[in-house]
Write a protein that binds this ligand. Structure first.
Ligand SMILES: [Mn+2]
Length: 270
C-alpha cells in the first residue's frame, strides 16, 4: 500500500508509464495523486486521460492551468493551438466524458489535515483549511450546468491580491490564479505572473511564494505542488515539495512517496 504524488505529466504518457513501472505502482493496492497539468503540450493527451480515468478510485488529481485551458478550448472560449496537442483528444468520441470528469476535479486536495496538494502552490495568507474551502467554492461553480461561465471569466492577472471581500468572477479568478499560475510574489501578498525562471536567476524583489512566511501554516503542514519546472524540485525546505521537474522540457518526471517522503524520477526519453 503506497500513495504516490506525481508531478506535471502534460500528456507524456510514456514517461508516466515508465515512472509507474519503476516504482512498481499497483492500482489494486496503491493510489496515484497528480498535481495537475495532466495534459498540455505533450504528445499523448488522449492516452494519458484514458489511463488515469481507468484507475478510477485509485487516482485523484487537482487541476492545473493547462487542464483548465483545455476545458476552455473544448468550450470554444479559447482557440485550439497545435502546440497544446489537444487535437486527438478533442476528436475522440470520449471527449465529453473526459471534460465532465476534469471539471469535477478540485483545485486543492487535502490528503490529511496537514498535507495539501495543489498545482502552483498555497497563497501565503491561506491556511490549508481555508485553501480547501476556496477551492470548493470554485469547484461548486465548475460542477453546475453553468460551468463555462467560470472559464470565460478566468483569464487575466487582476486582482493580484487576495481580499476576503472579493466576489463573483474576481474572486474565482484570484483563487484560480493562485492555485494554478502562481510562482513569484512582488511583496508578501501580490501575485506576479511574468517571471518563470529559477530564484537564482531572478531579481530578489521577486519572492517565490514558498519563501513568504505563512503565519497560518502549522509546524507539520506540507504542500505538494508542481507547475514550476525551473525549480527542478528545489525549495530548500521539506515543507513545500516541488514535483514539476520538467519532463515536458526533456528533463525528468518525478513522484513522491507519502510513506517515506522520498522522491523517485525517470529521465526523459523520446
Ligand atoms: Mn502549470
Amino acid at each position: 500500500m503506497a500513495d504516490y504524488v506525481v508531478g506535471d505529466i502534460q500528456g507524456c504518457y510514456r514517461g508516466l508509464t515508465r515512472l509507474l513501472e519503476y516504482v512498481k505502482f499497483d492500482p489494486s493496492h496503491d493510489t496515484l495523486i497528480a498535481v495537475g497539468d495532466l495534459i498540455g503540450r505533450g504528445p499523448h493527451a488522449l492516452e494519458t486521460l484514458q489511463y488515469l480515468y481507468s484507475l478510477q478510485d485509485s487516482f485523484s488529481t487537482v487541476l492545473g492551468n493547462h487542464d483548465l485551458h483545455f476545458l476552455a478550448v473544448y468550450s470554444g472560449i479559447r482557440k485550439n493551438k497545435a502546440n497544446d496537442k489537444y487535437d486527438k483528444l478533442l476528436a475522440s468520441s470520449d471527449v465529453d466524458k473526459y471534460v465532465h470528469w476534469l471539471r469535477h476535479q478540485p483545485l486543492a486536495l487535502t490528503l490529511d489535515e496537514n498535507t495539501l496538494v495543489c498545482h502552483a502552490g498555497l497563497y501565503p495568507q491561506w491556511s490549508i483549511a481555508q485553501a480547501q474551502a476556496l477551492s470548493d467554492e470554485v469547484s461548486a461553480n465548475l460542477q453546475t450546468d453553468n460551468w463555462q461561465s467560470v472559464l470565460k471569466k478566468m483569464y487575466g492577472d487582476e486582482p493580484n491580491r487576495w481580499d476576503e471581500n472579493l466576489s463573483g468572477s474576481k474572486r474565482w479568478r484570484f483563487i484560480i490564479n493562485a492555485f494554478t499560475r502562481m510562482r513569484y510574489m512582488l511583496d508578501s501578498h501580490t501575485l506576479e505572473f511574468t517571471c518563470k525562471d529559477s530564484p537564482e536567476k531572478t531579481p530578489t524583489r521577486f519572492r517565490p511564494w514558498f519563501s513568504v512566511k505563512n503565519t497560518n501554516l502549522k509546524p507539520n503542514d506540507k504542500v505538494l505542488f508542481g507547475h514550476w519546472a525551473t525549480l527542478a524540485g528545489n525549495t530548500n525546505t521539506d515543507k513545500f515539495i516541488a514535483l514539476d521537474t520538467g519532463y515536458i522540457w526533456q528533463q525528468q518526471l518525478t513522484l513522491w512517496k507519502r510513506q517515506n517522503g522520498e522522491k523517485y524520477s525517470v529521465a526523459y526519453q523520446d
